[in-house]
Structure formats: C-alpha cells, structure tokens
Ligand binder design. Structure first.
Ligand SMILES: Nc1nc2c(ncn2[C@@H]2O[C@H](COP(=O)(O)OP(=O)(O)OP(=O)(O)O)[C@@H](O)[C@H]2O)c(=O)[nH]1
Length: 192
C-alpha cells in the first residue's frame, strides 16, 4: 500500500503520448508540447476501493529506443506499459509491435536473472492505445484491427480513442491498466 503504480508511456513521435499523459493527470487537452522533453507526472485516483498513486513516465518519442540500455533501465522501473499509436499512421502501429517485443525481451531477461516469478512469470501488463480517432477521414487502422493486434500481442487493455475529445477514455486506459495488474498479481502463477 502507498507504493506508486509506475506506468511507462511509449510510442513513435507525435502519436500523442504527452497529450494522453497530461489529459489523464490534469483532465485537460493541451495541443502542443516540446517534443524533446521527457516528463514524469504523479496523480491520485480512487479506483474501486483503492486509492492509487500513479507515477506516469512520458518518454520522448525521439529516443524511440534504438538504444537498448535506456529502455532496459525504464523497463526495470515500470510496473506497466502504455503503447500508443495514431490511427492515421500505420508505421506507428508497427512501432508498438516492435516495442512490445523489445520490452518483453528485456523483461524476460530481468526475471531470468533474478529467477523469480515477477508479475506472473515475466508476463507484463500492457495497454495498446490507438489515438486520434477524431481524424476519422484519415483513418488507416480500424478499431477492430487495433483490437486484434492488442490480443495478438497479449495486451490486457485496448482503446481506440481521441485524447482530444475524451477525458473519460484517456482516464480509463490508466485505470483499467491498474485493475489488470491487480487481477494479475492475485494469480501470480498464471502463464500467458
Ligand atoms: N487530432 C488529434 N490530435 C492529437 C490528439 N492527441 C494529440 N494530438 C496532436 O498530436 C501532436 C503530437 O502530440 P504529442 O502529445 O506531443 O505527441 P508525443 O507522442 O508526445 O510526441 P513526442 O513528444 O514527439 O514523442 C500534437 O500536435 C497534438 O495536439 C488527438 O486525439 N486528436
């Protein structure tokens, strides 16, 4: 109790990682940010009966992890992950797939080294988020394709949403991620 729930937000530049994190923490949609900065935000939410402190690490897109060491450090830090793509950019969805395999690889090395069952034998709690659904006319990835990909990648949470239009949806990403991790830690022996 009292330990923050640490969430790492990842994805290609300009998909809306900062917009999503800021929307969740402040309820506001803020249009433009300095793309070079990494930011960390904290906030508290009551979820079911728990008072949860969220620690959200919004990574800068440009460091899209060609450098494995940087990512390794962050994977070690995080309890759960949010992978963001933009529904009008297919490359950004492929980047989420790449990041999922990269973080799984780094996390499995971590649990092997420690030889412990960490959050369900190396399984990870991940949300896949397709952002900018307000740009319907530019859509390249349907919601059902996004959902299918999330299932294929073993993600616990999927949303096709617009951070611009919905605080509720942005907030649910983080809340559902917390609930998914909680469910999972209740059954720690379950393999994925
Ligand atoms: N139409 C629309 N634009 C959005 C939405 N969310 C974010 N944007 C815009 O997308 C652009 C990039 O948003 P950011 O939040 O800076 O994206 P990021 O992934 O943090 O980008 P980097 O910091 O470069 O990694 C900005 O111009 C936002 O206003 C959305 O839901 N709809």
């Amino acid at each position: 109790k009292g330990r923050p729930f640490k969430v790492l937000v990842l994805g290609q530049p300009s998909v809306g990682k900062t917009a999503l994190s800021v929307r969740f923490v402040t309820r506001r949609f803020i249009g433009d940010y300095d793309p070079t900065l990494e930011r960390r935000y904290q906030c508290q939410r009551k979820i079911e009966r728990d008072c949860v402190t969220f620690d959200v690490f919004d990574t800068a897109g440009q460091m899209s992890f060609d450098d494995d060491d940087l990512l390794r450090e962050k994977v070690r830090w995080a309890d759960a992950f949010v992978l963001v793509y933009s529904i009008n950019d297919r490359c950004s969805l492929e980047e989420c797939t790449r990041l999922k395999f990269l973080i799984s690889h780094l996390a499995s090395k971590r649990s092997q080294r420690l030889s412990l069952c960490d959050q369900g034998c190396g399984g990870m709690t991940i949300a896949l988020v397709g952002n900018k659904s307000d740009l319907e006319s530019e859509r390249m990835i349907s919601a059902s394709e996004g959902l299918e990909r999330s299932q294929h990648l073993g993600c616990s949470v999927f949303f096709d949403l617009s951070v611009r239009e919905s605080y509720q949806d942005a907030s649910k990403v983080f809340e559902n991620l917390y609930l998914a991790l909680k469910r999972r830690s209740r059954s720690p022996r379950k393999h994925r």
